[in-house]
Design a protein around this ligand. Sequence first.
Ligand SMILES: CC(C)(COP(=O)(O)OP(=O)(O)OC[C@H]1O[C@@H](n2cnc3c(N)ncnc32)[C@H](O)[C@@H]1OP(=O)(O)O)[C@@H](O)C(=O)NCCC(=O)NCCS
Length: 181
Amino acid sequence: MEIREEDLKLREMTEADIPTIVEIEQELFSLPWTTDIFLEEIASRDQFYQVINGKKLTCKHNYLLELRGEIVGFFLGWAIYGEYSLMNIGVTKRYQNLGLGSFLLHQVIEKALELECFDIYLEVRESNISAQKLYRKYGFKEISIRKDYYFEPTENALVMRLDLDVSGEKMDALLDEILRV
Ligand SMILES: CC(C)(COP(=O)(O)OP(=O)(O)OC[C@H]1O[C@@H](n2cnc3c(N)ncnc32)[C@H](O)[C@@H]1OP(=O)(O)O)[C@@H](O)C(=O)NCCC(=O)NCCS
């Protein structure tokens, strides 16, 4: 399937999107996030802002990705004092392995850079090799293991980190490579 950049639209989630996002969660995860969690994330998006000397120091992001108007993926992240945590990311099974996860990760990195974050952290199940491949491909490194962090099934989490403290040129090259759809 050919996907062009103009077919894609990234926009903030609204309450009206939650039923579709929850369906996607149920398709992708053994312990999916619930409607209440997404409601809380959207409601706290603006309350979470803290601006000092014109700089946004804390911020919650929740974005979804539309492909020709169809919701095909999403991500949620928190920026807290220069540290960006990627809380959740997913692409519907039907559209996986077409570059959309990379497109979303590109957006995450851009948003973290806009907020002048130094690094991005995430946790991933030890068995989730496809997600780990995506993260490693774009420079995330495993920094620790959280034992039995996940339930259903109980499993260790790998904690991964991407150092954003690199020269602008190097980061531009990285973003060009990520944007391959
Ligand atoms: C992880 C996820 C977001 C990747 O999305 P995607 O659209 O498939 O990603 P891309 O097509 O951009 O692929 C990027 C890289 O991921 C890896 N990858 C993607 N799908 C893969 C698969 N089925 N098997 C092995 N590697 C895979 C590859 O390394 C790929 O790079 P390559 O095509 O150059 O080899 C998607 O698989 C997903 O939603 N998984 C379920 C939810 C999840 O696990 N989220 C992460 C929680 S930490």
